[in-house]
Design a protein around this ligand. Structure first.
Ligand code: ATP
Ligand code: MG
Length: 290
């Protein structure tokens, strides 16, 4: 379509990150609301993000309506507005979510990941801040800032990228990735690990990889992820189905980790009561959204 930046009025700032700023905007003609993500500078990363964000098309992924033409080098993505904001804001300062709501989040995130896999896209930054919700309880993946397309040959040496706090063991393992061909990590498996960490965080309300209060420095995280036990749910807070689900996501060996499609059939997800899970999620969103 032929939207122009001047067609939109900036109403508020929704988020700020490394690459740029996300605004809540209103279209002057129609009063329709959108999110506008402005990435500064004509960096290759911004162009790559726009390319992937606009190429994917799924109910489980934040829609990118267009890339607005700008006079400067900025790249402006016109995105579907998710009025519920991101999952981190639902949890931070509120505590964990009920299991039903988490099962609903997991189901929709897995549907998004299964779709991305079908398009050969690895997200690489699955975490609560990059999972957005609508007031109606739809859950969508956002932020393709470091996503990448897996080549036909399957090679994909992307260690050391992503939010270190959520990185999987194989992504820290540069030695193996550099020596090349023998044992390449399945690039899609990293997103499943991140989902496992995210699910624990949603259930407990707390980032699980490090003890409370410890700053997530690179060495501390690398030690915990590569040499420690996978993060686990505390005793007594979770059903056996939820425990099994988290364990399947957090297999340290990526070859043993379940895939998104397999996890969609896991009892925690497939066995949930869909109507009551959706109700639980909607209720949390309505109560916790300012
Ligand atoms: P990067 O990780 O590349 O630096 P970023 O983190 O700055 O990117 P996003 O994650 O896309 O960028 O957006 C930052 C925050 O803005 C999100 O965590 C979310 O709170 C808010 N946000 C982003 N897109 C939307 C949207 N479509 N609707 C509502 N809120 C959004
Ligand atoms: Mg982000």
């Amino acid at each position: 379509s032929d939207f122009r930046p001047s067609d939109f009025e900036r109403l508020a700032i929704l988020g700020r990150g490394n690459g740029g700023t996300v605004y809540k905007v209103s279209h002057r003609g129609t009063s329709a609301l959108y999110a506008l993500k402005v990435l500064r500078g004509a960096e290759p990363a911004a162009v790559a993000e726009a390319d992937i964000a606009c190429r994917v098309d799924s109910p489980y992924i934040v829609r990118c309506h267009s890339v607005l033409p700008t006079a400067s080098d900025d790249v402006s993505l016109l995105l579907e507005l998710m009025e519920g904001g991101s999952l981190d804001s639902l949890v931070v300062g509120h505590g964990g979510l009920p299991e039903g709501a988490v099962a609903e989040v997991a189901a929709q995130v897995l549907s998004g990941l299964a779709y991305l896999r079908s398009r050969r896209v690895v997200h690489r930054d699955i975490k609560p801040a990059n999972i957005l919700v609508s007031r109606a309880g739809q859950v969508k993946l956002a932020d393709f800032g470091i996503a990448s397309v897996v080549s036909r040959a399957g090679e994909h040496c992307a260690a050391y990228e992503g939010t270190p706090a959520y990185m999987s063991p194989e992504r820290f393992d540069t030695e193996r990735l550099q020596d090349g061909h023998a044992d390449r990590a399945d690039p899609y498996a990293a997103d499943v690990w991140n989902l496992g960490v995210t699910v624990i965080e949603l259930v407990t309300g707390r980032y699980p990889m490090l003890p409370p209060g410890q700053t997530p420095s690179w060495p501390a995280l690398m030690w915990a992820v590569c040499f420690g036990e996978p993060p686990a749910l505390p005793d007594g807070v979770a059903s056996p189905e939820l425990r099994g689900f988290v364990a399947a996501c957090l297999q340290k060996d990526h070859r043993k980790r379940a895939t998104a499609v397999e996890l969609l059939a896991h009892p925690f997800v497939a066995g949930r009561d869909v109507a009551s899970s959706r109700r639980a999620l909607r209720k949390v969103i309505q109560l916790r959204c300012s």
